[in-house]
Design a binder for this molecule. Structure first.
Ligand code: DP6
Length: 326
């Protein structure tokens, strides 16, 4: 093998039923299943070149050499794929996010799903979707959900090979829009990986996990039936339950800013007026405002008038990760 290369493209995703806490932190076996939507246009493109002459893996992120911690995480992920391929050859990985760094959009889902597809192809591994999904999960849990297309469910599984995500509906199934209201671009102090490890320290985590199957059933049904009236309360409940766990972890993780709470209240009031709109929030202060396409322009205009909203990104349901020519 002298030089084997491939490229892949993958969207980020937004979870409606959240992944928070692991049964096994090293394998990223989640405490509960989750449901998400891929975010079209919020993407990472990654090129992987395996080269005999390299002594170490190199990771270039948005055109600049990445820091040691990010390179180690990429390298550890490549090790999983190299093990399957039976090779030790090092790689040069170049990754570009088409969304601004520090826009408050988590990049690990699109990053590790694109890396998995590109590296597997470059190594000549012929992996099925489920295999790509559980391999992506080792890099970042939420990345397993960016492998299949559209609306996706990650069943928690019992072990490494049974913990992967599947599509429950294609992107065109429901014309939902995620309007991401950015209120801060600051780097978070405690990232998701550290947060997952703290989840068991909250006395509320057991109750959240015990009730997860019910929320998954409700959310899955609402998506399959395009029932926004049922979708809105279940995704808001799930996000609030995750943040209740975060806020009651030891140490407490409080990701919200005053603007976050203002947006929560605004979205609830707008729904009261009859708009199809609902919020969800990841491990940060920005608010993902879900709307039907019919309500999208109205909601976007209202969001832009809210105090503290720096920018609003828009994403429709997106495709799964796939190899590209580059
Ligand atoms: C709040 O997948 O980013 O966005 O597995 O440690 O990389 P790691 O964590 P990550 O966690 C996502 C947490 C979340 C909820 C979700 O996407 O389900």
């Amino acid at each position: 093998m002298t030089s084997l290369s491939a490229s892949a493209r993958s969207c980020s995703n937004i979870a409606f039923i959240k992944y928070w806490g692991n049964r096994d932190d090293a394998l990223r076996l989640p405490a509960n299943g989750s449901i998400s939507m891929n975010l079209a246009g919020i993407e990472t493109i990654t090129r992987v070149e395996f080269r005999q002459e390299l002594e170490v893996d190199q990771f270039i992120l948005n055109g600049a050499l990445a820091d040691a911690a990010a390179t180690r995480r990429v390298s550890a992920h490549l090790d999983h794929l190299r093990k399957i391929a039976g090779t030790a050859v090092k790689a040069r990985v170049s990754s570009t996010n088409n969304f601004p760094t520090g826009a408050g959009i988590a990049s690990s889902a699109s990053a590790f799903s694109a890396l998995t597809v590109a590296a597997a192809k470059a190594l000549g591994l012929d992996l099925e979707e489920a295999e790509l999904s559980y391999m992506a999960r080792l890099g970042s849990g939420s990345a397993c959900r960016s492998i299949p297309s559209g609306f996706v469910e990650w069943r928690p599984g019992l072990d490494h090979v049974s913990s992967y995500a599947v599509s429950i509906a294609p992107p065109e199934h429901w014309d939902l829009v995620d309007l991401v209201a950015i209120v801060s671009t600051a780097h978070k102090e405690v990232g998701s990986t550290g947060g997952h490890a703290l989840a068991p320290t909250s006395p509320l985590q057991d109750a959240r996990v015990r009730d997860a199957e019910r929320r998954l059933d409700e959310c899955r049904r609402a998506i399959l039936e395009r029932d926004f009236k049922a979708f809105a309360p279940i995704i808001e409940l799930d996000a609030l339950m995750m943040h209740a766990v975060m806020m009651t972890s030891q140490p407490a993780l409080i990701y919200w800013l005053p603007e976050t709470l203002q947006l929560i209240n605004a979205v609830r009031a707008w729904r009261g007026e009859g708009l199809d709109v609902a919020f969800t929030i990841d491990a940060g202060p920005n608010v993902h405002v879900m709307a039907t396409a019919a309500n999208c322009l109205e909601v976007e205009a209202r969001l832009k008038q809210q105090p503290g909203v720096i920018n609003v990104l828009k994403a429709r349901p997106g495709a799964g990760a796939h190899a590209v020519q580059a």
